[in-house]
Unconditional design. Structure first.
Length: 396
């Protein structure tokens, strides 16, 4: 069987990292993969995580299996982040949460759930979106469609075109929305725009599926949940896929969550029964360690406060790199206006670089950027900024 296979193409983003590692050139720069870097170019372990792990090591008494959807208290803390501590959904009822292996695991469970419960449903993705979105849903046997989101020429959100497309989404289809820090454009919906999307969801009866991978890295932990809360206030079902890779720095622990919001507790519990069947036939139950770290931090006021400060520091550094990038490009004599980059949020920026320019940066300067021109701003440092901007100036 295996002798008949042909080599599969490398992943567009993770394959870029493999090429970066093999490149022998000195002073190479990786702005491809979505991993936070500190000022020294490293991916740090947060202090709150270190302290939580120390407590877990001292208190741990068993390595027994978790339940299929993970620990109930983990779900409570996830819903607290999504909806706020005093919200009626935190204690459960119309909302239920499963602990998943990362945000990608949450998306795949959501895809299997959609295919199981509504086989004819299509998933509508923003154009552009994270490159793995379509692959995840297609792997579950779901057709994907696109709605406009980003105006390449104007370097801005194409909201009128977006809402025009959403106003024609068929009833029963699914619309994937980025809660904040849109990947790859960095352009987010404001409060009024979220309300309009919620209105359209109610009018067209499509299911909102929110990918929430960067809570805290746009405006703040509470502020970034505005979209999810606007959708809930509109009063209909939704699915939220959370990731704690970025805001906890738990990349290799694979910590995520899938939250289902139903019209009432009975509807949510019925949906959750199918979620658990999807999980059981996929990975059976989630890994414990990363989830226990998140739970320990969120349930301890001291550690939670430390975490909030560390997330704010990451957010401030990213925004600082955006400003320095624009300033340095201008200092290099580049005439193009790159000020739009300071209006984007989160780790990623749609730079406007063409595929040809991206290839030149890789081949001539060992600067690795995704072919679409998406740049991981968090990979920039004061130390590599001058060389980066000089290289970009040479290919424009």
């Amino acid at each position: 069987m295996f002798e008949q296979l042909e080599m599969a193409p490398p992943d567009a983003i993770l394959g870029l990292t493999e090429a970066f590692k093999k490149d022998p050139k000195p002073n190479k720069i990786n702005l491809g993969v979505g991993v936070y870097k500190d000022a020294q170019g490293g991916t740090p372990v947060l202090e709150c995580v270190k302290q939580a792990e120390q407590r877990l090591l001292e208190d741990e008494k068993s390595k027994s299996y978790l339940p299929i959807p993970g620990a109930p208290e983990y779900g409570i803390e996830v819903r607290t982040l999504l909806f706020g501590a005093a919200h009626e959904l935190v204690a459960g009822g119309a909302a239920v949460t499963a602990h998943t292996p990362g945000g990608t695991g949450a998306l795949r469970v959501a895809a299997d759930f959609i295919k199981r419960c509504n086989p004819a449903a299509r998933v509508w993705l923003s154009d552009p979106t994270w490159e793995n979105h379509a692959a995840v849903f297609n792997a579950a046997g779901i057709e994907t469609k696109a709605y406009p989101y980003y105006d390449q020429s104007g370097k801005r959100l194409a909201f009128d075109a977006m809402t025009d497309a959403l106003s024609r989404v068929p009833e029963g289809d699914v619309v994937l929305l980025h809660a904040c820090c849109h990947n790859p454009s960095g352009m987010d919906l404001d409060a009024e725009q979220w309300r309009e999307v919620a209105r359209l969801a109610g009018q067209r009866h499509f299911l909102p599926l929110v990918d929430f991978a960067y809570q805290g890295l746009a405006e703040g932990l509470e502020e970034d949940a505005a979209g999810v809360r606007a959708l809930y206030r509109a009063g209909f079902e939704m699915v939220v896929c959370s990731s704690f890779s970025k805001n906890f720095g738990l990349y290799n622990e694979r910590v995520g969550a899938l939250t289902i919001v139903g019209g009432d507790a009975t509807a949510a519990e019925k949906a959750f029964s199918h979620i658990k069947r999807c999980i059981r036939t996929n990975y059976s139950n989630p890994p414990a360690h990363g989830g226990q770290i998140v739970l320990t931090v969120l349930r301890n006021p001291e550690l939670r406060g430390l975490w909030a400060r560390e997330v704010a520091a990451m957010r401030d550094r990213i925004n600082g790199m955006r400003a320095l990038f624009v300033k340095t490009l201008k200092a290099k004599g580049i005439k193009e206006d790159f000020s739009f980059i300071t209006r984007q949020r989160g780790m990623f920026s749609f730079s406007g670089l063409s595929r040809e320019q991206v290839a030149l940066l890789r081949d001539e300067y060992a600067i690795y950027i995704v072919g679409s021109g998406r740049i991981n701003v968090a990979g920039m440092t004061e130390g590599n900024m001058d060389r980066l901007c000089e290289a970009i100036a040479s290919v424009l």
